[in-house]
Design a binder for this molecule. Structure first.
Ligand code: FES
Length: 249
């Protein structure tokens, strides 16, 4: 396959960026999108040009690092991560726009790499439990209802990639925070910090500059982990309840 790329190039956060025309030649249709960028970078390097900076780690759809907008859609035309997107999804000769995730709270570091440490700060504020470490307990010693277990597992699938923020007109992180709060609020292990978790994670989310949810639901549409928007409703309930408890205590 031969493709015409329009890639966002930006030296650093303080230098203006622009789309650059770059040819991608002889790309196998079974290459992943990131492998296509590897081939393009080899080509650029062999010509003495600066390779395109982009984020990646696992390349297995697990870590959430590969934060690219492809033709204006976070992670591109598939319901998965960029690293799991294959070039056979595109027509030979196609023009493809490749940009970083765009959100004020995800400042650009270079080219397609953005700083998503705001998510780390939110997670550090409350996305943990204080259960004692040790060997894994027997699976049957702490019964959890099937419905709660299923919803908690569904929320736990969030990989923190930030596509929800990039897709939202408000740059809201409430799908991400809703998934983390819901996951732990539904399990017995998450109860000791349930109130403080909701308060601290929402406060940190607001401090990082993320917007509020106004039900566009673009987040749900692009989420590679299929996190449902119902976690946002649960986050609102958890936060309201925690605020009331905090006021009373
Ligand atoms: Fe880890 Fe894509 S590189 S999810």
């Amino acid at each position: 396959m031969n493709l015409k790329l329009k890639v966002w190039r930006q030296k650093n956060a303080s230098t203006p960026g622009a789309l650059a025309d770059i040819e991608a030649r002889n790309i196998p249709e079974d290459a992943s999108f990131l492998e296509m960028l590897d081939i393009v970078n080899d080509d650029l390097s062999s010509k003495g040009q600066e390779p395109i900076a982009f984020d990646h780690d696992c390349r297995e759809g697990i870590c959430g690092s590969c934060s690219l907008s492809i033709n204006g859609v976070p992670h591109g035309p598939s319901e998965t991560t960029t690293c799991q997107l294959y070039m056979r999804k595109f027509a030979d000769g196609a023009t493809i726009y490749v940009e970083p995730f765009r959100a004020q709270s995800f400042p650009i570091i270079r080219d397609l790499v953005v700083d998503r440490s705001a998510f780390d700060r939110i997670q550090q504020a409350g996305g943990f439990i204080t259960a004692r470490n040790g060997s894994a307990p027997d699976g049957n010693c702490l019964p959890i209802g099937k419905v709660d277990a299923d919803i908690a597992m569904e929320a736990a699938a969030c990989i923190g990639c930030g596509a929800c923020v990039a897709a939202c007109p408000n740059a809201s992180a409430m799908l991400f925070v809703g998934a983390k709060v819901s996951h732990l609020a539904l399990l017995p292990q998450g109860q000791p910090e349930r109130t403080s978790r909701a308060l601290k994670m929402v406060q940190t989310m607001d401090e990082a500059g993320f917007g509020n949810c106004s039900n566009y639901l673009e987040c749900e549409a692009v989420c590679p982990a299929n996190i449902p928007a119902s976690v946002i409703a649960r986050l609102n309930r958890e936060f309201t309840t925690a605020s009331l408890k905090n006021t009373v205590s």
